[in-house]
Design a protein around this ligand. Sequence first.
Ligand SMILES: CC(C)(COP(=O)(O)OP(=O)(O)OC[C@H]1O[C@@H](n2cnc3c(N)ncnc32)[C@H](O)[C@@H]1OP(=O)(O)O)[C@@H](O)C(=O)NCCC(=O)NCCS
Length: 188
Amino acid sequence: MFGKQSGAEAVKSQRGRSNAVYFFPYEKIMTNWTGVPLNEAHNFQVRKLEISDKSKGFVELLQQLTVCDAISDENFEARFQELRSLGDDHVICVIEDTTCGKIIATGSVFIEKKFVRNCGKAGHIEDVVVDRDSRGMQLGKKVLSFLADHAQSVGCYKVILDCSNENKAFYEKCGFKQKEIQMVKYFI
Ligand SMILES: CC(C)(COP(=O)(O)OP(=O)(O)OC[C@H]1O[C@@H](n2cnc3c(N)ncnc32)[C@H](O)[C@@H]1OP(=O)(O)O)[C@@H](O)C(=O)NCCC(=O)NCCS
């Protein structure tokens, strides 16, 4: 059984900007088999991906979402630097449980530059996953809010994503609505 977030979000600064980072405490309310309360205090940090997150379980978290083989440190660094060079046009959000130094939630947003809509921009959200032991604690919602705020802050007129029917209700809780259908062509 999970509790609600304890208290107001603590330090909430620069949200939706390049160096957005904020912390919030959370008390996980549980009982043991005899009904005795066993509350766990957590402290979560919401921020952009850092290179050191590889050693904090970032890749293992992605493996809970889809096919993601082990990545060498060299390949991870190369991809990290490539994405970092895109600046605000590609942002990966992570949530670290700072009480144990583990990455427990993530999602990314890519900013597409268009000619339509007055040379408008659209955000594409991808790769959203919360660690299976930390679901139901509003962390997915925090990731979506971080990514949507970022897209809005860089001038996007919309932010879109694809999801399964199973996750439709989750995204609706995050303020999204269903529009049209998804098409895909895989090359591997
Ligand atoms: C989908 C997922 C990201 C949700 O993360 P989460 O942290 O457990 O979700 P939250 O706790 O932030 O939930 C926010 C709200 O959505 C609801 N919700 C979450 N998942 C739901 C689901 N599958 N169906 C219906 N409602 C759901 C919660 O009850 C909560 O409602 P509330 O605000 O009224 O309390 C997580 O279950 C996950 O990682 N799943 C596996 C990977 C995956 O499918 N990713 C999505 C790819 S498109």
